[in-house]
Design a protein around this ligand. Structure first.
Ligand SMILES: [Zn+2]
Length: 115
């Protein structure tokens, strides 16, 4: 995927950080929080950019314990997420007419439930 083109298509000016953020999301297999990006950027800048991406419909945000987890909007998947360890697992996407934006099932995973 071409991060620069994606930004330009949405009228967002290209910066190294923005390109980096999109590329990390494109490689991710599950929604990511700020910490998992390990970027050389401060939190405020990070969240400001994510808000912009969200507004432009590039990114979808999932909130969990008041923490944002982000993924690219064009590849939305269905997840089960553990409220204890915050691990995301893919689940089957429900079949329905219309456009699904996100599917999130919350609970406690087997590993945490046993502890
Ligand atoms: Zn867990």
């Amino acid at each position: 995927m071409n991060a620069r083109k994606l930004l330009q298509d949405h009228g967002i000016s290209v910066s190294d950080l923005r390109v980096q953020m999109i590329e990390i999301l494109a490689r991710a297999r599950a929604p990511l929080s700020f910490e998992s990006f390990s970027l050389d950027a401060n939190k405020t800048t990070f969240y400001r950019n994510m808000e912009l991406f969200e507004k432009e419909g590039i990114v979808v945000k999932t909130e969990l314990d008041r923490k944002g987890f982000y993924e690219l909007a064009d590849r939305v998947r269905a997840y089960f997420v553990c409220e204890v360890c915050h691990e995301f697992q893919n689940i089957q996407m429900p079949k329905l007419d219309g456009k699904i934006k996100s599917v999130l099932v919350k609970g406690v995973c087997q590993k945490c439930d046993e502890e």
